[in-house]
Design a binder for this molecule. Structure first.
Ligand SMILES: Nc1ncnc2c1ncn2[C@@H]1O[C@H](COP(=O)(O)OP(=O)(O)O)[C@@H](O)[C@H]1O
Ligand SMILES: [Mg+2]
Length: 367
């Protein structure tokens, strides 16, 4: 039997459990705490920043993969040096772990990006503000997620504290018409598969809603996103699922926002929406199996995140006509926390989205 080790016990690891069972693989999780989202498969509870903990977890698995990108790169390299298959590998992951590295490498490869710069001083920030309309985006290069570590800046002093911790990434404020995400899976042998690009909506910097496929009148944007996604996965030698977050500009261009080398919130919609979900595909890809079809099972699939609380008591408020699939991450309620999602499928995008939103609203609690 294949044994897969996942570092990190969040909802992404949790959503790999079902597909692992279906494929007949054994999934083991190195979880942060006993009540981590993926606790049902947590064979180790410990610190992913501790080399001994990670090494002993990784020792007798066939392949290591990740629930998040925060594992220190020296630990990943140490696993590779010990002959353990790590997918994605350290070289690819380094690009997803640091937003400045990501910008540098993608620029070298010639991919379309927002205007960007690295600031080390407030004067650097002031100069970039001046050159970019007085309103810019600043990003902490590492450790950010869900909009934490991203700020709209109109005055250099706003970045002072961040600069104390090291260089900060600055970007032009992109005037996008919408955000898209392109999911790609790639095997070690180079085979790739792309799902149709999805449209994503962020609320306060956090993914809130996803539509599969991204509505498109002529398919041009879907094709452009697929070509770009495949090229980036190949250029960076990614193994597993890669999510490319994109801005579609008002003049019809695509710019790369950021990369995630793991299943991604924008791909949850593939669980019901696609023949092969991002979670199954990730396991196939890291095990170097043939990839599955990324075709859609319905004309439209819409995913809406549930924030705050998704307590089981609310289930009694659902009706048959709610007609959505529930995904509960088993996490303690907390304001703004992603605790689950719902997905609706259908033939009309407006009706499909409104069914998904209505159920997400039932769960949404002000706590
Ligand atoms: N250069 C930019 N211009 C306009 N909006 C941006 C820019 N960069 C990020 N954003 C907005 O902030 C969100 C979060 O930024 P992102 O870099 O993706 O951080 P995170 O790692 O938290 O997902 C994006 O999805 C987008 O809505
Ligand atoms: Mg993002």
């Amino acid at each position: 039997m294949r044994v897969i080790g996942v570092i990190g016990g969040g909802q992404l690891a949790r959503m790999m459990i079902g597909p692992a069972i279906e494929l007949g693989f054994e999934l083991r999780v190195l979880a942060e705490t006993n009540d981590s989202s993926a606790r049902d498969r947590a064979t180790t509870v410990g610190d992913f920043r501790d080399l001994d903990t990670v090494r002993s977890f990784a020792q007798d698995v066939d392949v290591i993969t990740f629930d998040h990108e925060h594992v220190p790169s020296d630990i990943i390299v140490a696993l590779e040096d010990a002959g353990i298959a790590v997918r994605p590998g350290s070289a690819a992951l380094a690009v997803a772990q640091d937003k400045i590295v990501m910008r540098r490498i993608l620029e070298e490869l010639g991919h379309p990006l927002p205007v960007w710069a690295v600031a080390e001083t407030e004067a650097d920030v002031a100069g970039f503000l001046e050159a970019n309309g007085g309103r810019i985006i600043a990003k902490a290069p590492r450790g950010g997620y869900d909009g934490k570590g991203v700020a709209v800046v109109t005055d250099a002093a706003q970045v002072a504290e961040w600069l104390d911790g090291g260089p900060v990434l600055l970007e032009e404020m992109v005037d996008f018409s919408r955000e898209l995400a392109q999911l790609v899976a790639r095997r070690p042998n180079g085979e790739t598969a792309v799902w149709p690009a999805v449209e994503t909506t962020q609320a306060n910097g956090v993914c809130a809603e996803v539509i599969l496929p991204a509505p498109s009148t002529d398919g041009r944007i879907i094709e452009m996103a697929a070509v770009l996604g495949r090229q980036i996965a190949t250029d960076l030698n990614v193994t597993g699922v890669l999510a490319v977050e994109l801005f579609e500009t008002t003049d019809g261009r695509l710019l790369v926002n950021e990369l995630a080398m793991r299943p991604h919130n924008s791909g949850h919609v593939t669980i019901e929406g696609s023949v092969t979900s991002q979670f199954e595909q990730h396991l196939r890809a890291i095990c170097d199996m043939p990839l599955g079809s990324t075709g859609s099972r319905h004309p439209w699939s819409v995913m809406v995140n549930v924030f705050g609380a998704m307590d089981l008591g609310r289930y009694s408020r659902l009706t048959q006509s709610s007609d959505v699939k529930l995904h509960n991450y088993g996490k303690e309620p907390r304001p703004g926390r992603k605790v689950g999602h719902v997905t609706a499928t259908g033939t009309d995008v407006v009706d499909t989205a409104s069914r998904a939103r209505a159920v997400a609203e039932i769960f949404h609690a002000d706590i």
